[in-house]
Write a protein that binds this ligand. Structure first.
Ligand SMILES: [Zn+2]
Length: 250
């Protein structure tokens, strides 16, 4: 029963096909996953211990199979892979299985072993047994809309500095961003796609807070002086005044 989270073979095939890379523009072909029990016998999907998956390109180049095997190894839950290759360049040459630990019933011992086309075979199962899986709460979203109760539909703005090549027509052809990764979100710009700007909160100090000082959320436990509260921003278009700085009093 440990293949149950992979979904039905047809669903899993579709997802796998979409996730594997194309080779020189040629999309990958994925065969129907075969549900198998621990003895490597074909069985019903709901009894499967794992699925056997086959994938190939129309080209049979060694390079394409190497790339495909690496891509399959990276799929979560894949625990064994092998390439099926001709032993020599002759089309009638017998097949070899590149992984010596590949289960014989699915490799050297299978009746159709020499009828298989060059391809990659993979075995996949759920990464954890259901009993061993801890009940994990999803990570809370740093920002959330209090009306929605989550942060799934938020939009925010950042300042970016962009540049790019100037074309003959005098405009920039495409933009290259600077410090895109480091760009800090403008907290007061965050809005909910449904509820707008009114109910946005930030997780700070272990609690969600809606209090803002100078356009940034501040933890509720922080002492808000009367002066600081004046600068609490309710409107993203309202520019907050800078607070009086200590030591700057004249
Ligand atoms: Zn909302």
């Amino acid at each position: 029963m440990s293949a149950y989270r992979l979904g039905l073979p047809s669903d899993f095939k579709r997802r796998l096909q979409a996730s594997l890379p194309a080779y020189s523009g040629v999309p990958v072909s994925v065969g129907d996953p075969v549900p198998r029990n621990r003895q490597e016998r074909r069985c019903a999907a709901y009894e499967a211990d794992h699925y056997e998956v086959r994938a190939f390109y129309t080209t049979v180049s060694r390079e394409s199979l190497d790339m495909l095997e690496e891509a399959l190894k990276a799929v979560p839950g894949v625990y064994a892979t092998t390439q099926v290759r001709r032993a020599s360049d002759r089309v009638t040459a017998p097949n070899v299985f590149t992984n010596p630990d590949w289960p014989p019933p699915l490799g050297t011992g299978r009746r159709d072993r020499n009828d298989l086309r060059p391809q990659v075979l993979a075995l996949i199962r759920d990464e954890e047994q259901p009993a061993e899986r801890a009940e994990e709460a999803p990570n809370p979203s740093i920002f959330r809309c209090a009306e929605c109760g989550d942060g799934a539909r938020l939009r925010g703005w950042v300042h970016v500095s962009a540049h790019g090549p100037v074309g003959a027509d005098g405009v920039i052809g495409h933009y290259e961003y600077e410090s895109e990764d480091a760009a800090e979100i403008i907290e007061e710009s965050i809005t909910c796609e449904i509820h707008g700007e009114g109910a946005i909160e930030k997780l700070a100090g272990g609690q969600y807070t809606s209090a803002m000082v100078n356009g940034k959320f501040v933890a509720q436990w922080r002492q808000l002086t009367g002066a600081a509260l004046d600068y609490r921003v309710h409107n993203q278009y309202q520019q907050p005044k800078p607070p009086p700085e200590k030591g700057d009093l004249r």
